[in-house]
Design a protein around this ligand. Structure first.
Ligand code: HEM
Length: 168
């Protein structure tokens, strides 16, 4: 029997707190970067924004590792597997973010869209495996992240067309 990943009637378990903190920090750092043009109009310091983004992402990653370490279990069910898939995606997000800083400019599209996929998978995992996140919230996040990812994809294809990589 797979252990239920969540609060019992007595309240939140420590592992739940780690997971919720990871989700909040990772979502917050993604929203921060999606709104960076507006924020930069006011503060005009891209370097500081990048540092804050990476620091918050690292803190989120730390809580994610603690969450996985707390709940690590066998055998797996689909909702737990979704958690592992989203944590693996977070690793890919880390690599693509680093690649962008190493001047592999096109990796920003993959960094942005994969980070949104990771966030929506994490929310679905939380709603399905635990008791703390309502399904309605997961549905709203899924629709929102999909809409932003589709918008980013149309922008990226437009850029590729302008660069002559994709023919009309
Ligand atoms: C899981 C954690 C992370 C999430 C959810 C995340 C999410 C995002 C998102 C949504 C964007 C905006 C993409 C766009 O507008 O197309 C972004 C930009 C960026 N991210 Fe991350 N990111 C994470 C971790 C990292 C890490 C670890 C690094 C570097 C080591 C990094 C470096 C960057 C950079 C350099 C940018 C672009 C900043 C600019 O416009 O100059 N990110 N990130």
């Amino acid at each position: 029997m797979v252990r239920k990943l969540s609060a019992s009637g007595s309240g939140l378990m420590l592992g739940d707190v780690f997971g919720l903190l990871a989700l909040a920090l990772i979502s917050a750092t993604a929203v921060l970067m999606l709104l960076r043009r507006r924020i930069l109009k006011r503060f005009k310091n891209l370097d500081l924004m990048r540092r804050v983004h990476i620091a918050v992402a690292a803190l989120g990653g730390l809580f994610l590792v603690l969450h996985v370490a707390y709940f690590i279990t066998w055998p797996l069910n689909v909702e737990i597997l979704l958690g592992y898939v989203s944590a693996t995606l977070a690793l890919v997000v880390w690599v693509t973010g680093t690649a962008f800083l190493e001047r592999f400019r096109d990796s920003l599209y993959f960094h942005g869209t994969l980070s949104l996929s990771a966030v929506s998978l994490m929310v679905i995992h939380s709603a399905a495996a635990g008791l703390n996140v309502p399904f309605a919230f997961a549905e709203v996040v899924l629709v929102g992240t999909t809409a932003v990812a589709v918008y980013k994809t149309t922008q990226y294809v437009g850029k590729m067309r302008t660069a002559g990589v994709v023919k009309r």
